[in-house]
Design a protein around this ligand. Structure first.
Ligand SMILES: Nc1ncnc2c1ncn2[C@@H]1O[C@H](COP(=O)(O)OP(=O)(O)O)[C@@H](O)[C@H]1O
Ligand SMILES: [Mg+2]
Length: 343
C-alpha cells in the first residue's frame, strides 16, 4: 500500500460539480481509508440517501450503521445527517433535552426546530457541520472497542455539497457571525471552524475532464483557499483510455489518418473493408481525437492548480459494490488513502 499523501487528515470532505461522482468517490475513499483494520465513518448532509443506494442498503436512519467491510478487516459506518435530528442532538448535548421529551415536542410544535433548520441557513449548516465535527473528535471507548488512534473513528469522510455551495457550507463562522456574537452557538461554531481550518481536514474536489467541471474545480479551489479552508487533492473521475497512439491521435484530429493502412489493417484482421466502413471509422477516430484533445486541455488546466491529483477510470456500467472496491484500491495505490504514519 502506498504511503498516504494526507497522513494527518482525519476529516476528508468530498465536493465537486453535481454528477461528477462525489458520492462514488466519497464511498470508495471511505473503503480505502478503512483498509487494514481502520474504522471510518462516511456521512452525507443533503438527505439524498446516496450512501445507502451506493452500498445497496435500506435508507439510513439517523444512526451510525455499518455498511461495509474493507479489505484487511476495516469497517465503514455510515450516517445520513438530517438537520432536524442534528438540532435535537445539539439540544440534548447542551441542554440535556430528550428528543422525545415534552420540551422537544413543544419546540417542534411552535416551529422552533423548523425555523432553525430551514429558515436560518447559517444555523442549519452549523448543526450539520457540528455533527460531523463531533464524530471527528469523538474519543474511543463508550461506543465500541478502543481504537489505536484514541478516536472512535480513525477517519471521517463527508460526501459534501457541490462546489458551488461548499465554501459557504464550511465557512460557518462568517455565516453565524450575524446570528450570534457570544453564547453556546458562537462557541459551537468556533469549535467546528477550528477543526475545519486545521491540518486535520482536507477538502477534495472531484471532476471530470470536461470544460464545466474543470472550471468549477479551479474556481472552487480558489474560493476554499480564500476562506482559509484546506484544499486537499483533485480526483479526476471517469477517465477514458486513449484508444490510439499519440501520432495517430494527431492525424485523426487533423483528418489525415492513413486510409490505406486502415484498410490493410481491417483486411489483415480478416474483415471486409469497404470504403464506407473505412470512412465511418475515420470519422469516429476524429471524434475520439477531438475529445482526447479536450481532455488533455482539462488536464493541463488542472495541473496549474499544483494540487495532488488522482485519476479513476470510467467503469463499464454504473458503479456497483465491486466497482467501489476497485476504485478504493486505485485511490490507495495512488496515495489519496493508504498507510499513514504509525496507525
Ligand atoms: N468512475 C466511474 N465509472 C462509471 N460510472 C461512474 C463512475 N463514477 C460515477 N459513476 C456513475 O455516475 C453516476 C453519478 O455518480 P455519483 O457518485 O452519484 O455522483 P454525484 O454524487 O457527484 O452526483 C452514478 O450512476 C455512478 O454510478
Ligand atoms: Mg451524490
Amino acid at each position: 500500500m502506498a504511503v498516504s499523501d494526507f497522513p494527518d487528515v482525519r476529516l476528508h470532505v468530498v465536493t465537486g460539480k453535481g454528477g461528477t461522482g462525489k458520492t462514488t468517490v466519497a464511498a470508495s475513499l471511505a473503503l480505502a481509508l478503512a483498509s487494514g483494520g481502520k474504522r471510518v465513518l462516511l456521512t452525507e448532509v443533503e438527505g439524498r440517501q446516496g450512501i445507502a443506494q451506493m452500498f445497496d442498503t435500506p435508507p439510513l436512519p439517523y444512526e451510525e450503521r455499518k455498511v461495509a467491510v474493507a479489505p484487511g478487516g476495516g469497517e465503514v459506518y455510515a450516517l445520513s445527517i438530517d438537520p432536524e435530528m442534528a438540532m435535537l442532538d445539539y439540544l440534548h448535548m447542551f441542554y440535556k433535552l430528550s428528543a422525545n421529551g415534552v420540551a422537544a415536542r413543544t419546540l417542534r410544535r411552535i416551529g422552533a426546530i423548523e425555523f432553525a433548520t430551514t429558515v436560518a441557513p447559517g444555523l442549519r449548516d452549523v448543526l450539520l457541520t457540528g455533527k460531523v465535527k463531533e464524530a471527528v473528535v469523538r474519543p474511543a471507548g463508550g461506543r465500541g472497542r478502543a481504537r489505536p488512534s484514541g478516536y472512535a473513528y480513525d477517519a471521517v469522510v463527508l460526501d459534501g455539497p457541490p462546489t458551488g455551495r461548499i465554501t459557504r457550507f464550511l465557512n460557518i463562522s462568517s455565516e453565524i457571525g450575524g446570528l450570534a456574537k457570544v453564547g453556546p452557538l458562537k462557541t459551537q461554531s468556533d469549535g467546528v471552524m477550528e477543526v475545519l481550518r486545521s491540518p486535520q481536514t482536507a477538502v477534495h474536489i472531484v471532476t471530470l475532464l470536461e470544460e464545466m467541471p474543470v472550471q468549477e474545480t479551479i474556481d472552487g479551489a480558489a474560493e476554499l483557499a480564500a476562506a482559509g479552508l484546506p484544499v486537499g487533492g483533485v480526483v479526476v473521475n471517469a477517465v477514458r483510455p486513449a484508444l490510439l497512439h499519440p501520432a495517430d491521435l494527431l492525424a485523426a484530429e487533423a483528418g489525415t489518418l492513413d486510409r490505406g493502412a486502415l484498410t490493410a489493417g481491417l483486411e489483415k484482421a480478416g474483415l471486409d473493408a469497404p470504403d464506407e466502413l473505412v470512412g465511418m471509422l475515420v470519422a469516429e477516430a476524429g471524434d475520439h481525437a477531438v475529445r482526447m484533445a479536450l481532455e488533455e486541455r482539462g488536464r493541463d488546466a488542472l495541473a496549474d492548480l499544483e494540487l495532488p491529483s488522482y485519476e479513476l477510470p470510467q467503469l463499464s456500467d454504473s458503479v456497483d459494490l465491486a466497482g467501489l472496491y476497485e476504485l478504493a484500491a486505485l485511490l490507495s495505490a495512488q496515495g489519496l488513502a493508504g498507510a499513514g504514519e504509525a496507525a
